[in-house]
Design a protein around this ligand. Structure first.
Ligand SMILES: CC(C)(COP(=O)(O)OP(=O)(O)OC[C@H]1O[C@@H](n2cnc3c(N)ncnc32)[C@H](O)[C@@H]1OP(=O)(O)O)[C@@H](O)C(=O)NCCC(=O)NCCS
Length: 149
């Protein structure tokens, strides 16, 4: 695996975050949403390749439950292990913080993300009908959880 760095992100990283977000997501978060996340004290962590941000995660912690709100890798470097790198670092941190689980919602049709989550030990715990906007109406979400204790 390449020698990537993993570090907490802050407001100064927003331009790089937004460039990746807009390139990678069909319905990207706005700058205001990321600012709200930072203001609310959510965890924003990034993967860096020689100082260049290549991906990030956003996590809301509620007591001992960690909720993964966003996981995103620059399309230019997808499929090279950065998504797994970010998820593994996060799981290690969650275990160190004695979190009980990592939860997430994912588009039911997002095969890449679902394959990553399943291979990292996440299992379905729910289904939200018409949760996400989609080109032809709405798309369902799968709610997945990885238990940590
Ligand atoms: C999902 C995402 C974060 C994966 O990041 P990535 O760096 O490309 O993933 P990795 O290279 O670490 O791959 C890890 C595993 O994910 C799965 N995977 C990743 N891309 C895949 C694809 N295009 N098709 C099928 N499986 C895929 C595979 O199981 C892969 O393991 P393998 O390479 O050993 O087969 C990335 O595709 C992304 O940013 N997508 C857009 C944003 C998004 O949908 N985020 C998830 C929101 S819940």
């Amino acid at each position: 695996m390449p020698s990537w760095d993993w570090a907490a992100l802050a407001g100064e990283d927003l331009p790089e975050i937004l460039a990746i977000e807009e390139a990678a997501h069909p319905y990207p978060w706005s700058e205001a949403v990321f600012e709200d996340c930072l203001r609310a004290g959510y965890r924003l962590d990034g993967a860096f390749d020689r100082g260049q941000l290549i991906g990030y995660s956003v996590v809301m912690t509620v007591l001992d439950e960690w909720h993964l709100l966003n996981l995103c890798v620059d399309p230019a470097v997808q499929r090279r292990g950065a998504g797994r790198f970010l998820l593994e670092r996060l799981l290690e941190s969650a275990v160190a913080a004695e979190a009980s689980c990592l939860l997430l919602e994912v588009r039911a049709g997002n095969r890449a993300a679902i394959a990553l989550y399943e291979s990292a030990g996440f299992a379905d715990i729910g289904h939200r009908k018409a949760y996400y906007p989609a080109p032809n109406g709405r798309e369902d979400a799968r709610v997945m959880r990885r238990l940590l204790s």
